[in-house]
Write a protein that binds this ligand. Structure first.
Ligand code: ZN
Length: 88
């Protein structure tokens, strides 16, 4: 299986460039010109493994429970105020 899918969480960033490039979406396998609005998907924020994906494919994958975001997998530790005000 594609290494891309072996990650505990993902980061997403909006993409779209004027490069005359074509990418293959890892989610549907279809090609995508770089100039359309799409998303960059980083497995565990690893930029060397980033992939370009259709926005609607990412939305569908997330609706199906795939491509969890970091904060969904690793909840942030409580902030300073929350720790100070915690009940004992
Ligand atoms: Zn796609």
């Amino acid at each position: 299986m594609d290494d891309f899918f072996r990650a505990r969480w993902y980061t997403l960033r909006r993409a779209g460039s004027t490069k005359p490039a074509t990418y293959r979406c890892p989610l549907c396998g279809r090609q995508m010109p770089a100039l359309i609005d799409h998303l960059l998907v980083f497995p565990e924020d690893d930029h060397s493994r980033r992939r370009h994906a259709h926005i609607e494919c990412v939305r569908a994958a997330r609706a199906a429970g795939r491509l969890p975001l970091r904060e969904e997998v690793e909840p942030k530790p409580p902030g300073l105020l929350a720790r100070l005000l915690r009940r004992r």
